[in-house]
Design a binder for this molecule. Structure first.
Ligand code: TMP
Length: 217
């Protein structure tokens, strides 16, 4: 799916702010684009998101977690992503199946083959044509994520921010592995730079992918 673009990375890598800039840049060029996110993106998946990210759900078993991500994705794909792509839009999504491989697979230790099978079931043929992996040192990302939670005084979605540094290092390793295995699709963006520099890098890669002369912030 050429027009399906996803952003990935550890907590605090800046992808949620960057994806908004990407969306605005596409709109400035009059390119019809939809910005969405996972888990979430539609009412049913948003409800599943609140279960998944509830900081009181520390006892959720990894398999239940995996199945909930898959359920949210199945709904999101059929209700939003597929119809929007078929309508000719560029769909940009904050996280997708690579997050399940990195978090539930590499970090939680669930079997990667099982995750791939579930992804096939949930996505039913929908896969990103381009994935931007915002690569940032784990210590920097976690520090930023904790500061953000503190500043927003919001612990409502903090379940993963509470995980250990080791857990996030495994997530990071997972993304690195996925990038090595899928170099055509997954492009590494060095996110250890200023906000504007990272935007510039992202816009360049997306412009190349969509065969646009350039995209301006
Ligand atoms: P966010 O930080 O991008 O809002 O994502 C919410 C959390 O959900 C984040 O900690 C990563 C986690 N996550 C998974 O563990 N597996 C998944 O498949 C997805 C999409 C997100």
């Amino acid at each position: 799916m050429h027009n399906f673009i996803t952003l990935e990375g550890i907590e605090g890598c800046g992808k949620t702010s960057q994806i908004k800039r990407l969306h605005a840049a596409l709109q400035t060029k009059d390119i019809p684009a939809l910005l969405t996110r996972e888990p979430g993106g539609c009412a049913i998946a948003d409800k599943i998101r609140s279960i998944l990210l509830d900081p009181y759900h520390t006892h959720m078993v990894p398999t239940a977690e995996l199945l909930l991500y898959a359920a949210a994705r199945a709904q999101h794909v059929e209700e939003v992503i597929r119809p929007e792509l078929e309508a000719g839009k560029v769909v940009i999504c904050d996280r997708f199946t690579d997050a399940t491989m990195a978090y539930q697979g590499y970090a939680r230790g669930l079997e990667l083959g099982t995750i791939k099978t579930l992804a096939q079931l949930a996505c039913a043929g929908i896969e990103p044509g381009l994935t931007l992996w915002l690569d940032l040192p784990v210590e920097v990302g976690i520090k930023r994520a904790l500061q953000r939670n503190h500043a927003q005084d919001s612990r409502a979605e903090a379940r993963f921010d509470q995980e250990s540094l080791l857990f996030h290092s495994r997530v990071q390793h997972g993304y690195a592995q996925l990038q090595t295995e899928n170099p055509q699709r997954i492009k590494r963006i060095d996110a250890d730079a200023s906000f504007d520099q990272v935007t510039e890098r992202i816009l360049k890669v997306v412009a190349q992918h969509l065969e646009l002369s350039r995209l301006n912030p």
